[in-house]
Design a protein around this ligand. Structure first.
Ligand code: WQD
Length: 335
């Protein structure tokens, strides 16, 4: 049996492909390479020691999807392919709605018509918006504050309704803050353009390709004044997808799960840990708050532990150490 992984050359997608192959599952990658480099496929083939079928196409391309389903016995889909930048979605909302919804609708239609049994959706904790309670549980109200977050909430609803009266079961995985890289250093996050997220920026400062970190506000109502997030190793996330593929959902036709560590970490704590791991100074300036930032967000992951038999295994310093190894390898490759 084979899993179709859309966006499988991307950051979380590529790590999930490695985790899937490690269980002996066959994989077909569909990716348009708009946010991934072709070299990732070579690294994946070497890491998984398998040829890996790769189809370069848009995840909304029904002809390509039908062709894959005709040539391979697809029994499940993991759907990563999506635009995923909060600030970009605010600037270009319709492009986000078109891309993120069209791909999910097309894949859900194909899944129903072909009797595919399991659909795993890459969703995000951004669907919660400013969560009323902490830690955030799966029953926390959904109140996304960006077009990107709204597309994720809509995609979850599309899959829940598609699964309601059919053989299809959908698993909606709400990630918190993915960081880190495969321990080999061969795959990791390759932000196209200027990285916006904290850990890639901190690592660039450690590497010396960026002079300083700007900390967006230290006047939050938190112990050290900086914001708190639930950073999770991308390999833990990947293993969470394998668990989601294989889980017995019982009577649920669709089920959401938080994928986090349950631990909140502040910006200052990330900076201190990164300095220890890299043995480099990480100079910073504190500047004004970034619009839209939440003060605190971390996950209640008990449902995933109980129903998926999954919990995060890797600590912050391992996340940062693996990220650092990958970044240094990438910098040596720069011509
Ligand atoms: C973390 C904290 C910043 C950069 C993002 C996406 C979200 C999701 C997860 C997809 C914040 C602070 C950051 C910097 C800083 N991805 N920071 N200086 O904002 O929690 O969420 O990743 O689903 O869509 O928005 O993560 O890493 O950008 O920021 O002070 O140069 O670090 O203010 O509080 P965030 P982040």
């Amino acid at each position: 049996m084979t899993t179709l992984v859309t966006g499988g050359a991307g950051y979380v997608g590529s790590h999930t492909v490695v985790a899937l192959c490690a269980t002996g599952r066959e994989v077909v990658i569909l990716d348009d390479f708009s946010n991934a480099k072709h070299g990732v496929v070579d690294a994946l083939r070497a890491l998984t020691r398998t040829q890996l079928d790769v189809v370069e196409a848009d995840a909304a391309d029904r002809v390509a999807i039908d062709q894959i389903c005709r040539s391979r016995n697809i029994d499940s889909i993991i759907h990563f392919a999506a635009h995923k930048s909060v600030p970009e979605s605010i600037l270009e909302p319709l492009r986000y709605y078109r891309n993120n919804l069209a791909s999910t609708l097309t894949l859900a239609e194909a899944a129903l018509e072909r009797g595919i049994a399991r659909f795993v959706l890459s969703s995000s904790a951004v669907v919660y918006g400013k969560a009323a309670e902490l830690p955030v549980t799966e029953t926390s109200p959904l109140a996304p504050e960006s077009p990107y977050g709204a597309t994720k909430q809509m995609c979850e609803r599309i899959l829940a309704d598609a699964s309601a009266d059919s053989r299809l079961q959908s698993v909606l995985l709400r990630y918190f803050n993915p960081v880190g890289a495969h321990p080999s250093g061969d795959i990791g996050e390759i932000p196209l353009g200027e990285p916006q997220n904290l850990v890639p920026v901190v690592m660039e400062v450690a590497l010396g390709t960026r002079s300083k970190l700007q900390i967006f506000g230290d006047d939050y109502n938190t112990p050290d004044g900086t914001t708190i997030r639930d950073y999770i190793h991308v390999m833990d996330l990947a293993e969470g997808h394998v668990a989601a593929l294989e889980a017995n959902l019982g009577s649920h036709s669709s089920r959401a799960f938080n994928l986090g560590t349950g631990v909140g970490t502040s910006v200052h704590e990330v900076v201190r840990a990164a300095s220890e791991v890299t043995q480099r100074e990480i100079p910073f300036d504190v500047v004004g708050r970034r619009p839209g930032d939440l003060s605190e967000s971390w996950a209640d992951c008990r449902r995933a532990a109980t129903e998926l038999g999954w919990s995060a295994q890797r600590e912050l310093k391992q996340m940062l150490g693996d990220h650092w190894r990958f970044l240094r390898r990438q910098s040596r490759r720069v011509p």
